[in-house]
Design a binder for this molecule. Structure first.
Ligand code: G3P
Length: 217
């Protein structure tokens, strides 16, 4: 299972990269705005900065909502760095754009996916990644993990190579349950990755080991 971090914050990206388990980064316009990154040139530069920190794929989202502009923007993003994956929203024009990018060797991440039908369309168009937003489904009392399981079943039935990127992951149990279901990737905040470290028996066990070592040395 690949671990992506869902942020545009360079310090957090560095911290996750230093841990040695980071496989990539996802961003979106809201995450960029949260870091105060505005204006096309600054946004493009920020994507390159992120690529220079991590080894893996970095999702960069198009803002356009019509096919022609999406293609133009996506091609510009893909040119920035070989690690860039063009993030395209699950709308009609987006499906057309994903198909275009697939045919032209540009990798894509189909975002804002909330149903199995949308995930099926993304795979048919050849998306590299599909991003079902599990936290936002949970927010409206719909089981986000059930969607991951449905997509896993559908993709396995037909051998679709599109990778399931569980997005809008909010906490460690999301990560663990996505791993049990067989999501290919999860993207979440640094806390969802670091939370996996924690266990009180690890802390008390280590404390005891160190105390016993000190007694004999
Ligand atoms: O990767 C999708 C993500 O950015 C959305 O997360 O927590 O805003 O629902 P959230």
């Amino acid at each position: 299972m690949k671990f992506f971090i869902d942020t545009a914050n360079l310090d957090q990206i560095r911290e996750a990269q230093d841990l040695g388990v980071l496989d990539g980064v996802t961003t979106n316009p809201s995450l960029m705005a949260k870091e105060g990154i505005t204006g096309r040139n600054n946004i493009l530069k920020h994507y390159v900065d992120i690529c220079n920190i991590v080894d893996g794929d970095v999702s960069a989202e198009v803002i356009a909502t019509d096919f022609k502009e999406m293609v133009k923007e996506g091609e510009e993003l893909a040119e920035l760095h070989p690690q860039i994956v063009v993030k395209v929203p699950m709308i009609k024009e987006g499906v057309k754009a994903i198909k275009y990018f697939t045919d032209h060797g540009i990798r894509t991440n189909c975002t804002l996916v909330f149903s199995a039908g949308q995930a099926l369309l993304a795979a048919k168009a050849g998306a590299t990644y599909v991003s079902p937003f599990i936290g936002r489904l949970d927010d409206i009392s719909t089981d986000g993990l059930e969607l991951i399981a449905d997509i896993r079943l559908i993709y396995d039935n037909y051998g679709f190579e599109t990778q399931i990127l569980a997005a809008s992951v909010r906490h460690t149990m999301h990560v663990i349950n996505c791993a049990k279901i067989g999501a290919d990737v999860m993207t979440g905040p640094l806390s969802s990755i670091e939370g996996l470290l924690k266990h009180p028996l690890t802390d008390s066990g280590l404390k005891q080991f160190l105390e016993d070592y000190k007694k004999g040395n």
